[in-house]
Design a protein around this ligand. Sequence first.
Ligand code: HPA
Length: 247
Amino acid sequence: MTTTSKFAVIIGSGFESLAGEGPGRRVATRFGDTSAPVHTVAIEACPVLSLARHGDDHSIPPHAINYRANLAALKELGADSVIALNTVGVVSTIRESGEIAVPDQLLDYTWGREHTIFDGADGVVEHIDFTEPFSADLRAQLLAAASAAGLDCHDGGVYAATQGPRLETAAEVDRLERDGADYVGMTAMPEAAVALELGLRYACLALIVNRAAGRGDTPIHEDVESSTLSARTQAMSVLRQFFKLAR
Ligand code: HPA
């Protein structure tokens, strides 16, 4: 899979090894500032742009992230492909806490976020085809990397994006399941849509860190505590294998 693509990873908490050192690059975009400076990190000797979605000190909640600036900056720095690491809870019985997945569909329950680059500010309006919200190629590459790393990574599933920062009620999770959701998280929207508007390939590598509200026997935060390391370790192995194959 040797490629000429230029990759970026958008990271959440717990991926300090991908956060990069030094001041990084601040990029001013027409949408404002990014969550954090953009770093270039080496993953298996591949140079990869890295951006901490919640800021370097994890102080930006999901609804306050400047998704448009983050993606516009990555594009301006030359990225054409974005791998997003997103933690999720699992709604259906598709998977368990501590596992990883590459979702293939989205439901959007977020509100009040700056969710499009086609906001009328520059007189350009486009209605992107969002039938397939994630890049099929990039998803396939992630799944191939997971398989090469010997990992059982779930292929597909519906990611429901909620507003947060609070977690859901049990009834809300029941509704998500009736709507067809398999996972619930707070950050893949509007990130995925803005990425596509900007012409970037975008796929989500989901870290399942808990059973969603009302679904498990364990309190959610205990579930997160005991499941995160396993999901994170597997996600790191996928990335390493991905960039081994890509370089
Ligand atoms: N709900 C929403 N977002 C999440 C969850 C959850 O249960 N777990 C991790 N991110």
